[in-house]
Structure formats: C-alpha cells, structure tokens
Design a protein around this ligand. Structure first.
Ligand code: PGA
Length: 289
C-alpha cells in the first residue's frame, strides 16, 4: 500500500536503500514525502436527477475496498445532491462543493456560503476551476477571496489552475500557473497549507479527450512545487498535494500516477461512470508500492 510505505519512508528517509535491481523500485517523491494520493471527481452540472446521483455515488463507493490503494477520495457534486450523496457512501469518501461564495451572508441571490456548507458537514470545496474562470468570469482576486473564506471556515480548498491552449503552445504553462498560484494562495498562512490541494488542469485537456502526457504534467507539477517552495518553504512544497486534471481515464491514470510529482487526479467525465472512476481510484502505479 502506497501510504504504508510512504509513512515508513517519511519517518526514516535515510533508511531507504535503492533496490539492487534498478530504479524501477526507486521511491517516488510522493512516497518520500508521504503525500497521500488523492483521487477526486468533479461532477459539474451532472447527473440530471437525485436518483442518478445516488446510484452513481453508491457505485463509486462500492469500488473502494480493502484492496484499494490507500487514497483519499472526494466527489465534488452539485449543491442539491451533497447531503444525500454523503449519506449514501458509508463514509468511504468526502463529498465537496464545486464552488463557494466568498461572502458569508447578505444580498447575493443564488449564492452558497462556506458556513452553510460547513453546517452540513462539507469539508472540501473547489476554487478556480477554469469553467468558473471562463464562463462565470471569476477572477484571480475573486478566487483568492473564495480560498481565504474556505480556509477561514476551517474547511479545505482544492485550487484549480491551468493554462489555455494558446498559452501552452507559447510555452507559458509554467508562468500562467505561477501567477494563478501566487494570486490564488495570497494571504494563506503556512500553517494552513495542509488544508490546501492544487489541481493542475490544462484548459486544453479538459473535456477534450486530450490528456496531457505524463511528462508534460510532471514538468508543470514540478514547477508548481518549486513555486510553492518559493512562496513558503521546501517542506511546505514537499507536503502539498498537486493533482492532475484533464481527460483522465482508466487508460491514462496509471502512467500519470507513476510520476513523482503527480499526487492524484481531478476527474470530470470519467467520474460520471462508476466503473471508470472505480478503476481510476484503484490505479496501479508503475512504481511498486
Ligand atoms: P475532464 O474534466 O476529466 O472531463 O476533462 C476535468 C475537470 O474539469 O475537472
């Protein structure tokens, strides 16, 4: 089990001895720094009914067994399904919100606050998803306000970042992510970083079927970790979980999860199919764990 080994290694990194049969047995960065893998689903505006949502959630929960890797699993679901989804999954996974309002109360018709979410037991919320940025015009400042409110409330935030196709083609992925990270995390204290996860989601890979190669994703993840080290310190950078999102499927997850700086996945389309998402939760890293 990944975490079991990760925990041992975290306690005694120096005790890790390279395998005599080559680097296929080398510990990944995830293991060395005890970052527990995190597989999450983003249901967006799906499914269409409560019955479908509950059937899907139950199917996903049933794929988490004692033989599954030791991963955190979360589903980010439409507000109206949160409570019923929570009660249908036997505590096997977290159920989070796809976004929050940075204000706590007042004249914000249609908005949902962190205090409302916390009062029904929600621990996780997304912020900064590219669809919120593009379709709803959410700016880095607004996303930062959401992140701060989620953290203030004692909840955890998954901050989504990622470059457009044009930016990718101009080799700007690293610099776009640096800006989004710095602006999104502004004002979040070092001691609260254990309640922050980052999801790198290149916009050109979301819902397009064009998954980033493991090498492309690894390269950006490593850059993001360096930015976190710059903003905070190396220990913080080594501890924070950076997930990849964008057309993750059962076919692509194993190679992605074998990369040293890829600590999990944020999955849209494939999280709407219990057997596909179940396979993603039960990923098989090429690095024996
Ligand atoms: P996708 O969506 O897996 O369908 O590409 C990912 C996301 O938007 O989080």
């Amino acid at each position: 089990m990944k975490l079991a080994i990760a925990s041992i290694l975290a306690g005694s990194v120096a005790a890790f001895a390279p395998s005599p049969i080559g680097n296929q047995y080398a510990a990944t960065s995830t293991q060395l720094h005890a970052r527990k893998p995190f597989i999450s689903g983003n249901w967006k505006l799906n499914p269409q009914t409560k019955d479908e949502a509950l059937a899907l959630a139950k199917g996903i929960a049933s794929s988490i067994t004692e033989n599954s890797p030791d991963v955190d699993v979360a589903l980010f679901v439409p507000y109206v399904f949160i409570e019923s989804t929570m009660s249908s999954v036997d505590g096997k996974l977290s159920v989070g919100a796809c976004q929050v309002c940075p204000q706590l109360k007042g004249a914000y018709t249609g908005a949902i606050s962190t205090s409302m979410l916390k009062s029904i037991g929600v621990e996780w919320a997304l912020a900064g998803h590219s669809e919120r940025r593009e379709i709803y015009g959410e700016t880095d400042d607004y996303i930062n306000a959401q992140c701060l409110k989620i953290i203030d409330e004692g909840m955890s935030v998954m901050l989504c970042i990622g470059e457009s196709l044009a930016e990718f083609e101009q080799d700007l992925a690293g610099s776009v992510c640096a800006v989004q990270l710095k602006k999104g995390l502004k004002g979040i204290n070092r001691e609260d970083l254990d309640r922050v996860a980052i999801a790198y989601e290149p916009v050109w890979a979301i819902g397009t079927g064009k998954v980033a190669t493991p090498e492309i994703a690894q390269n950006v993840h490593a850059k993001c970790r360096a930015i976190i080290a710059d903003m905070y310190d190396q220990e913080a950078a080594d501890a924070i979980r950076i997930l990849y999102g964008g057309s993750v499927t059962p076919e692509s997850v194993d190679d992605l999860m074998s990369m040293p700086d890829i600590d999990g996945a944020l999955v849209g389309g494939a999280s709407l199919d219990a057997s596909k998402f179940g396979r993603i939760i039960n990923f098989k890293s090429a690095v024996p764990v």
